[in-house]
Ligand binder design. Structure first.
Ligand SMILES: [Zn+2]
Length: 415
């Protein structure tokens, strides 16, 4: 297996990856603050490993034209698995966290063993379809003949709703998913012959945004994840804050100040009383919107979204109420975290954004007046959980461990 364990090697690889269109060796040295000799040695190694390639020569000033280096995007791949209450999504992503193949499967059931077996089978099918395999598969088990694997699978990331233990790789008691205390990272990793890690869907989604877009490292980013419920994640210096027990961002019981609805926790007006997806559906139904029964929450939300798009006022209002509850919560969170960028995404958000975003923009009017404030919907759409899960693994495996090193890693034009 490729050993990309060396800190400087990761730094050089990331510096090259963070440029669009390639970069010269001397510019890599300047940005990574490494000597010419170090960069030369490392780039030779990365070239030999097939992780980077040369892409012609370019003139940028006086002197000899320099050789352009760029990443080979599919030299190493990562699998992403998103366990969502509505479905399971599997992707295989390249080094830019772009899905090369993806597949949506039926939602998790009460039998986690059977679920894990079918996920592993699907990962195998997807990997085969693009000629990717774990490095250990380079030699056939029966005849010992070499089967060169050009596309190497580094490992797999799994994203799931909390509560979970990311250190143990165990899903604890997620709401809406009938798994209880399942060591999914160990079991799925073993079934696939790959190293595996587990994290919350919110953290995965934010990691996916950062990794796939090379967001400026110095930004504090607040991410709001909209699925069956809502959750948040925050990052600074390119790293997601997880808290002491991966519970950071559980905002369902954030007080909204309203007193009309009592939460199961005993308090009045908790955020989840206004933002759970089934409430949007219930309110739309109460307003006379036709929503198919028993189609699953994703299809129900899709029906409300379609009705809103076609001009149904009841559907539009039920979605706007979701945004009207989320807006003040976001104002509170932006006061706590002081982000430059707020991203809203998650599986349900593409269906809610059109009528859900305006009340959020209203609530964040003051914050948006700041000089550098960005409020946007996720660029990853429906895939965000699975792409985020793959990004978790890429981040763990390939990012230089020390956050300070990211000082040099800014998205920059080709040089
Ligand atoms: Zn509550």
């Amino acid at each position: 297996m490729t050993d990309i364990g060396d800190y400087n090697e990761k730094l050089v690889l990331q510096t090259i990856r963070a440029t669009t269109g390639g970069i010269s060796q001397s510019e890599v040295g300047r940005r990574a603050n490494l000597s010419r000799q170090s960069v030369s040695l490392i780039t030779r190694r990365l070239l030999a490993e097939g992780l980077i390639e040369t892409a012609g020569r370019r003139n940028t000033g006086p002197g000899k034209p320099h050789t352009v280096l760029r990443v080979v995007p599919d030299a190493c791949l990562a699998v992403g698995v998103h366990l969502d209450p509505a479905h399971i999504m599997v992707v295989v992503c390249d080094l830019y966290a772009r899905p090369l193949v993806k597949s949506t499967m039926e939602a998790p059931t009460r039998s986690s063993d059977r679920d894990i077996a079918r996920i592993a089978a699907r990962i195998g099918e997807l990997s085969d379809s693009i000629g990717a395999a774990a490095p250990g598969a380079e030699t056939g088990p029966e005849d010992g003949a070499a089967r060169p694997v050009r596309r190497r699978l580094l490992g797999l990331g799994i994203a799931a709703p909390g509560s979970l233990d990311s250190t143990a790789g165990t899903v604890r008691r997620p709401p809406w998913i009938p798994w209880r205390d399942v060591p999914v990272a160990a079991q799925l990793g073993e079934a696939c012959g790959l190293p595996a890690i587990l994290d919350k869907d919110t953290n995965a989604a934010l990691t996916g945004e950062i990794w796939s877009r090379n967001l400026p490292f110095e930004e504090t980013v607040l991410y709001i994840y909209v699925s069956h419920g809502v959750g948040s994640a925050v990052s600074a210096y390119g790293r997601v804050h997880r808290g002491s027990s991966t519970q950071a961002g559980e905002i369902g019981h954030l007080p909204t100040g309203r007193a009309d609805l009592r939460c199961e926790c005993g308090a009045f007006g908790c955020l989840n009383m206004y933002t759970d997806a089934h409430l949007v559906v219930d309110q739309a139904r109460a307003a006379g919107v036709e929503v198919p029964v028993g189609a699953g929450i994703k299809e129900e939300i899709r029906a409300v979204s379609r009705a809103a798009e076609s001009g149904n006022a009841g559907a539009q209002q039920s979605i706007a109420r979701h945004g009207a509850a989320l807006g003040p919560a976001l104002r509170t969170l932006s006061g706590i975290h002081d982000p430059e960028r707020i991203i809203i995404g998650g599986p349900a958000w593409p269906l809610l954004a059109r009528y859900g975003m305006p009340p959020i923009q209203d609530a964040l009017g003051d914050w948006q007046a700041g000089p550098d404030a960005v409020l946007e919907s996720s660029h990853l759409g429906d895939d965000v959980g699975a792409v985020g899960a793959a990004s978790l693994f890429l981040e763990q495996e390939l990012a230089p461990a020390n956050g300070a090193a990211r000082l040099f890693l800014r998205p920059t034009p080709a040089v």
